[in-house]
Design a protein around this ligand. Structure first.
Ligand SMILES: [Mn+2]
Length: 465
């Protein structure tokens, strides 16, 4: 008999029992935007149930060394793809709430081991529900619908809306809970990053995917707005995307679509509107012009915390601290931006971007492994959008292995390429491992394997790009 969504509800009901009856809980969650949001939902849920708990945000490679010390251990946004045999043999009960492709078969939740993963129920875990979304489904069994906004944030942070431009499947249900609670606003808007906090001409200058005259050029972006008769100031205040009227946004939309259509081969033209507009999500209880008001900007702020190893700050903000934790988060965001700008200069000043037939890459050994992907994405707008951009850096000082990160224009993904699958295969061939999204993915490979990796990757793309 086929398993259905109803079966997932049954598993969630079992999870509810497990949690309700626990007195001492440990949560391990992934240290990224989705994982930290997932942890915040679980921690808020346990707070409300008055259950003692600890929470720790980890990278996947830490899992083998974890010790079971608590009555109930919850793994969120990780666990499904990892071997947990050491853990399973223990007395401690285990609950996994993950959305990544599972290694194990569906479990009945007996012997104190329960793994809930949408993939068991025919639900795609990369577009329809995030790790935070799975945790919200559990919170919902306790009636905590007002945590739904964090479920929306985790989906956006996990780029679950990237291919269709909106939240679909279970994500859409979570969004609707947030809208009904008056916590989330959802509307179609220009897909330009920095809705609340960036002056519109600055936001436009970062508009990527296809290189335009306005890309990385604020003067051109100002001229672009002037030509469209759109003022950049409101009195003395710089206007943000949030300040523009629907009619002004319409003019920008039409002009961007026209400009981009001129730059791309005909087969890509049909995808252009999807690059320029999409659904945006706004957290209605946050202050206007705050980075927390817009879901994309909030997820960047969380990433700034996690990439600089301060997930606890993001956790506090997610759990409601709008005082000191928010100040700390803003400080980290600022440091993060400065760090990125400095490393961008470093890559560019020496012409470190190299080109091969089907790809471009840079050796980023000065760059922290946590941000090599972010830099690859930023560098892409200075390179050739038709090819993926791959960055390499050392994993850390003790390990001579390499972290590899790839970013590409969404146009390539719309056209059917999934770099997450490709990088996973190529990394395996050189003795590494990798995976991820179609447009943003990464791998770990042994030291000294960079040349071989690049050669294989380039060959794999023959006839594909
Ligand atoms: Mn996730």
């Amino acid at each position: 008999m086929a398993v259905t969504l109803k079966d997932m509800d049954k598993s969630l009901a079992k999870a509810n029992e497990m949690v309700k009856n626990a007195e001492d809980v440990k949560i391990y969650s992934h240290i990224d935007c989705d994982g930290i949001s997932a942890g915040a939902i679980l921690s808020s849920t346990l707070d409300r149930l008055e259950i003692d708990h600890e929470i720790e945000f980890i990278t996947l490679d830490r899992i083998p060394e974890l010790k079971k010390e608590n009555e109930l251990t919850i793994f969120s946004d990780l666990g499904s793809g990892q071997n947990l045999e050491n853990f399973q043999s223990s007395q401690s009960k285990i609950l996994i709430l993950d959305h990544h492709p599972p290694l194990r078969n569906i479990s009945g939740g007996n012997n104190g081991f329960l793994e809930i993963n949408p993939n068991y129920y025919g639900i795609d875990g990369s577009h329809q529900v995030s790790g935070g979304g799975m945790c919200y489904l559990l919170a919902k069994t306790f009636g905590f619908h007002n945590l739904s906004w964090i479920g929306v944030l985790s989906a956006v942070g996990d780029m679950q809306n990237s291919s269709s431009g909106k939240l679909v499947g279970i994500n859409e249900g979570i969004l609707n809970d947030g809208v009904r609670k008056g916590l989330v606003g959802s509307f179609n808007d220009l897909a330009i990053y920095g809705r609340q906090t960036r002056p519109i001409f600055v936001a436009l200058s970062y508009f990527g995917d296809v290189k335009l005259p306005i890309t990385n050029n604020r003067n051109e972006a100002m001229q672009f707005l002037k030509n469209l008769d759109i003022p950049i100031k409101n009195g003395r205040k710089q206007r943000t995307l949030y300040d523009l009227s629907q009619e002004e946004k319409g003019r920008i939309f039409t002009e961007l679509v026209r400009m981009m259509s001129r730059e791309v081969p005909p087969r890509y033209v049909k995808y252009i509107p999807r690059l320029v507009a999409g659904d945006a999500y706004e957290f209605l209880e946050e202050k206007e012009y705050s980075p927390l008001r817009d879901a994309s900007e909030f997820s960047t702020a969380i990433n700034a915390c996690s990439r600089h190893k301060h997930p606890e700050i993001a956790l506090k903000v997610l759990k409601g601290d709008r005082g000191m934790a928010l100040d700390d988060m803003e400080m980290l965001s600022k440091e993060h931006r400065q760090y990125l700008a400095q490393k961008m200069n470093w890559v560019q000043e020496e012409d470190r971007i190299k080109s091969m037939k089907n790809l471009q890459y840079f050796q980023g050994n000065e760059i922290k492994s946590e941000v090599i992907g972010t830099i690859a994405g930023m560098i892409l707008s200075y390179g050739d959008w038709r090819k993926p951009m791959i960055g390499f850096t050392q994993i850390n000082d003790e390990n001579d292995g390499l972290k590899v990160s790839l970013r590409c224009s969404r146009l390539l993904a719309f056209d059917g390429i999934h770099f997450g699958h490709i990088i996973s295969k190529v990394a395996a061939k050189v003795g590494g491992s990798g995976g991820g999204h179609s447009v943003a993915c990464g791998a770990y490979i042994p030291g000294g394997k960079q040349e071989q990796f690049l050669k294989l990757f380039d060959e794999t793309l023959n006839g594909v790009l």
